[in-house]
Design a protein. Structure first.
Length: 222
């Protein structure tokens, strides 16, 4: 859906730019156009500021580019890129109006419209790519998987972790599955205790609701 919305807007902007280029019609009232763009910039800037502040806790030490790639909250990606794209589009539009007014060449305004269209299509592609991977069942990040592996591997009574797998069922829901190697002399009660402790350690290091499956296997004697 996000890809359709951004691409539809992008295609319309490109078509309008090409039509403007072909008609060669001058801008009617540049001051009013710039005033409208300034108002739009103020509103979109405030919206972006609100989005940045709301996403600060999720962002942590990551850059915004990193957050877009690893976040499990698709709504944050859409709103952030939409606000950022709107501001960039306004800057491009303002540049087109100013250049067209100074040079009296409408080509600048037309090229600005085409550039905005391409920008919208690029944003749509990024949003679709990042959210689709989550909808299809994205695994946890490498850092999260490493933390899970260490939490299980350092649990008393567990000698090794094999075939660790993770999958997101939603932004805040994670399934963890792994095989664990336990000493040959371990009895059922000890295995159950080790699994319970490992599960508690995993939940302590990941910021998600987790469902954990640990399958024990006995270590082979040397």
């Amino acid at each position: 859906m996000s890809l359709t919305v951004f691409w539809a807007g992008g295609v319309l902007a490109v078509v309008e730019g090409i039509a403007h280029l072909a008609s060669n019609e001058p801008i009617v009232d540049p001051p009013w156009a710039l005033a409208v763009l300034a108002l739009g910039a103020a509103l979109d800037g405030w919206s972006l500021r609100t989005t940045v502040r709301a996403g600060r806790s999720t962002k942590g030490v990551l850059s915004w580019r990193q957050l877009v790639r690893v976040t499990k909250a698709p709504e944050l990606i859409v709103v952030f890129l939409e606000d950022l794209g709107a501001l960039i589009g306004i800057v491009i539009a303002a540049a087109g109006v100013v250049l067209a007014t100074i040079t009296r060449a409408v080509v600048w305004d037309a090229l600005a419209s085409i550039a905005i269209g391409l920008l919208l299509m690029a944003i749509g592609f990024v949003v679709n790519r990042e959210t689709q991977s989550l909808l299809l069942g994205e695994s946890a990040t490498r850092e999260v998987e490493a933390s899970i592996h260490d939490a299980i591997a350092t649990t008393p009574g567990i000698e090794a972790v094999v075939n660790l797998r993770t999958i997101h069922l939603g932004p805040d829901d994670l399934v963890v599955a792994a095989g664990i190697v336990v000493p040959a002399e371990t009895n059922a009660a000890m295995i159950a205790g080790a699994i319970e402790e490992a599960e508690a350690r995993v939940r302590a290091v990941v910021p998600f609701r987790t469902v954990i499956y640990l399958e024990p296997q006995v270590a082979e004697d040397a």
